[in-house]
Write a new protein. Structure first.
Length: 133
């Protein structure tokens, strides 16, 4: 029965608490899986995809679209506004970081192996200097 404010100036009334509820997505990482809210929604979630012919106009078109949606329904909750490039970059960010880490580790191991081979070769040449001469 208590109220809180999550998005905007309209209070949201708490109707119940679930002991353990996991988010259906991993958008914020494993640390926040259990921080979830069930919100009453009329109808289904709606996603809008806007195609812009001039990439320089993306910000203005997105701002006008949000203003129009909020004018139609001021109680609307708009969770995320991002371009497809931003969505793709955020989705693959950890994979790209892991690939770079793997490449760095492989290069470090290659350098260490090369230095070991050079060290062993010079050691054996030094040991057999009299025999070679």
């Amino acid at each position: 029965g208590k109220s809180f404010y999550a998005w905007g100036d309209t209070p949201i009334t708490i109707v119940g608490i679930v002991e353990h509820l996991v988010q259906p997505h991993g958008a914020n990482g494993p640390a926040s899986y259990t921080y979830a809210m069930l919100m009453p929604v009329e109808g289904a979630f709606r996603n809008y995809l806007l195609r812009v012919s001039d990439p320089a106009q993306r910000a203005q078109v997105l701002e006008r679209a949000v203003d129009t949606l909020m004018r139609i329904d001021p109680n609307r909750t708009i969770v995320r506004q991002e371009t497809l490039e931003e969505m793709r970059d955020s989705y693959y960010r950890t994979d790209v970081e892991m690939a770079w880490l793997l490449a760095i580790v492989c290069m470090a191991l290659l350098v260490i192996t090369a230095l070991g081979i050079v060290g062993l070769a010079s050691f054996w040449v030094q040991q057999r200097t009299k025999q070679i001469g």
